[in-house]
Design a protein around this ligand. Structure first.
Ligand code: GLY
Ligand code: MN
Length: 444
């Protein structure tokens, strides 16, 4: 009889190692080290989940280590320019999590992280650094787990717990800061999130290549959802078609709860109850993306349930689509929102649109500049207010709602700023009215 405690190495071969080459993670750590020459950054990995939820590493730990091991932590030393990863896991637990045992046993070789120690060495290491005059940098902002976005999570937890007089708990990260300050009163503890957010907001060529893959997978899933759309179909069937298309090619999750708005639900931009059955005359806004290996994209599309635009749907959609196309033409390094707006209007005028019409005055139909996208759908960033820079990945999002008409429109793609313009990472959907009507002509 085979020993149930013996872990099969061969069965483990298929489990993945790192998403990117180890040099990618080393260069991320090196960039952070440059920002903290007087100290060390402490990255807390995600804890094992309760119950039967699947373990998801948080985005910061994934970003700097590439390692999806529960209950790990890492110290990135800005003085010695080396890093240490701390974890303790049994082979059985590792296999249970789908972790390749090579990663557990040859961590230094595989990850390029200089030192790997058991987790019980974390506290003594912190003490040694504290006694050597190190400043400690750690994120004061919440970790991002599945479908979470740090900035929103922070606001939510502040209101729901920290500022709730019947609760009052600190978020995990701020409790850690408090613990550090109590244990090492002479150490200065600073927020690392501005540095981390700055680094994460500019994507490397490897990240962009991966995001392009996530983009194409998501476009195909949108097309599958569009093919499943017709009068009489419940919205949940559309959402299921999207999710199935993502998962059948190996995506682990969707980027966020797929959003489907139609009729009276248009004003609610994150509507996800899927409680309508599509009717003739309905115009649908779907906002959905896949998540593949910790990266996501954000795409919205708008189309009629019966595949045929009414004159009013056509009027609104043509304008939203033309503005979004114009935005993608003017995005380039150095350009700012004000100039984008001017140049977009110029393009539309030259295309024969009457830009004095109300549709062109709606604030969300101007520049398309929305949130960053990357490891989270509303990815961390120092903001999009400044000039665009190569490597910025963000949602180019044009939308408007018309509650009196039970109507809404959204045209959204995930784009990256290149050396001299922009690339649409989610290109390939039927987008013109003609393309949409043709695509939906013979729907299932
Ligand atoms: N895709 C969801 C959002 O951007 O809010
Ligand atoms: Mn978005």
């Amino acid at each position: 009889m085979s020993d149930p405690n013996k872990i099969s190495e061969t069965a483990n071969e298929a489990c993945s190692l790192l998403l990117f080459d180890k040099s990618e993670y080393a260069s991320r750590r090196a960039s952070l080290m440059e920002k903290i020459p007087d100290g060390a950054a402490i990255i807390l990995g995600a804890a094992s989940p309760l119950g039967y939820a699947e373990f998801v590493q948080n985005n910061d730990m994934m970003y700097f280590s590439g390692v999806e091991i529960p209950n790990a932590s890492m110290i990135i030393d800005g003085k010695t320019k080396t890093s240490t990863l701390f974890f303790t896991i049994t082979d059985r637990s590792a296999r249970n999590e789908g972790i390749n045992l090579k990663l557990v046993h040859n961590t230094v070789d595989i990850t390029g992280i200089e030192t790997v120690l058991p987790i019980d060495q974390f506290t003594p290491t912190l003490s040694r650094l504290a006694n050597s005059g190190y400043v400690f940098y750690t994120s004061f902002k919440p970790e991002e787990l599945a479908r979470e976005c740090s900035a929103e999570k922070f606001r939510f937890l502040q209101n729901a717990t920290t500022l709730n007089i019947w609760d009052g708990r600190l978020i995990r990260e701020l409790q850690f800061v408090k613990n550090l300050r109590e244990r090492f009163p002479s150490v200065t503890v600073r927020d690392a999130s501005p540095f981390i957010w700055g680094l994460r907001s500019i994507k490397s060529p490897a990240e962009i290549a991966h995001l392009r893959r996530v983009g194409q997978l998501s476009v195909e899933a949108h097309k599958a959802m569009m093919k499943a759309t017709r009068v009489g179909v419940p919205e949940y069937e559309m959402a299921a078609a999207f999710e199935y298309a993502c998962k059948k090619v190996g995506a682990r999750d969707v980027a966020y709860n797929t959003i489907i708005s139609s009729a009276e639900n248009h004003p609610y931009l994150h509507y996800y109850r899927y409680d309508r059955i599509l009717k003739t005359g309905d115009f649908i806004v779907v906002d959905a993306g896949a998540k593949l290996n910790n990266y996501v994209v954000d795409i919205s599309a708008s189309y009629p349930a019966d595949g045929k635009f009414t004159p009013r749907q056509r009027e609104i959609y043509e304008v939203a689509y033309a503005i979004q196309e114009a935005c993608k033409k003017v995005y380039r390094p150095g350009i700012e929102a004000k100039e984008i707006q001017i140049q977009v209007k110029e393009i539309l005028k030259n295309e024969g649109f009457d830009i004095e019409k109300d549709l062109f005055k709606i604030p969300t139909m101007q520049t398309g500049l929305s949130h960053n996208v990357g490891m989270a759908v509303h990815d961390v960033s120092p903001g999009l207010r400044g000039p665009l820079r190569p490597g910025m990945v963000f949602a180019c999002d044009i939308y408007a709602v018309f509650p009196d008409e039970d109507l809404g429109v959204r045209v959204e793609d995930t784009v990256v700023i290149t050396e001299n313009g922009c690339e649409n990472l989610t290109a390939g959907l039927p987008r013109t009215i003609e393309e949409i009507e043709e695509f939906m002509k013979n729907n299932d």
